[in-house]
Design a protein around this ligand. Structure first.
Ligand code: SF4
Length: 224
């Protein structure tokens, strides 16, 4: 019988920490900033969404102005980060919801909420899914959650500890995975899996020969 693949999650984290010493992916300290950053990051490359974040910040000097920005102007600022209209609608809905509920476009109030309540609140934003929510919780609110993005799913699936490489995980699926990852490892493992998926375990043909996980990997074992 195959050993529980989560048994080596600490070893995987340690090896990836050695491979990727920096844990800075440009994420934001303020939760609304992080929400915008993560929405812009959806299905695009790092350089595109980083530039788009700068353009959106230039357009909307103060997030409280976001509900009044024209959709088309916002979509144009998102530009080559892609899905401009969809991302603009999501950001406008988030801003309007907050203005309505809190009288300001800020998610700072989540700091005083439990992780579960903060998660439920964020999921009320149309177009925001469990991965984006967990990124806001982890990066900006320091909660010990484990977002599963496409890179995490791909690496996790190839190495054999995630059953699916699906682009989207449901809230329940993500919770089940999170429970299997020790809380002390979650942040670091998430960040390193993102880096590993971008640089080595890439979409398409992965660079297995230079991978520090290849002796632990089902895909490598099956395809070498
Ligand atoms: S050995 Fe290849 S498939 Fe496995 S994690 Fe490394 S790069 Fe990905």
């Amino acid at each position: 019988m195959k050993a529980d693949p989560f048994n080596n999650v600490a070893e995987v984290t340690e090896r990836l920490e050695e491979e990727y010493p920096s844990s800075n992916l440009g994420n934001k300290e303020r939760p609304f900033d992080e929400l915008v950053y993560t929405v812009l990051a959806n299905r695009t490359r790092e350089e595109y969404y980083q530039r788009a974040f700068g353009r959106v910040k230039d357009l909307v000097k103060d997030w409280n102005q976001l509900p009044d920005v024209e959709d088309e102007d916002l979509a144009a600022a998102i530009g080559d980060a892609g899905l401009g209209r969809k991302k603009a609608r999501t950001l406008k809905h988030a801003a309007s919801l907050l203005q309505n509920d809190m009288d300001e476009v800020s998610l700072d109030f989540l700091e005083n909420m439990s992780t579960e309540d903060a998660e439920d609140y964020l999921l009320r934003i149309r177009g925001v899914g469990p991965k984006t929510v967990k990124c806001v919780l982890m990066y900006a609110l320091d909660r010990t959650v484990f977002p599963v993005d496409t890179n995490c799913a791909r690496v996790g699936n190839r190495t054999g500890w995630l059953e699916s490489s699906a682009r989207r995980y449901t809230k329940a699926q993500m919770h089940r995975i999170e429970e299997r990852v020790p809380s002390r490892l979650r942040r670091s493992l998430h960040i390193r899996l993102v880096q590993h998926g971008r640089r080595t375990c890439t979409d398409g043909k992965p660079h297995c020969d230079s991978c520090p996980l290849n002796d632990l990997c089902d895909y490598y074992e099956a395809n070498r």
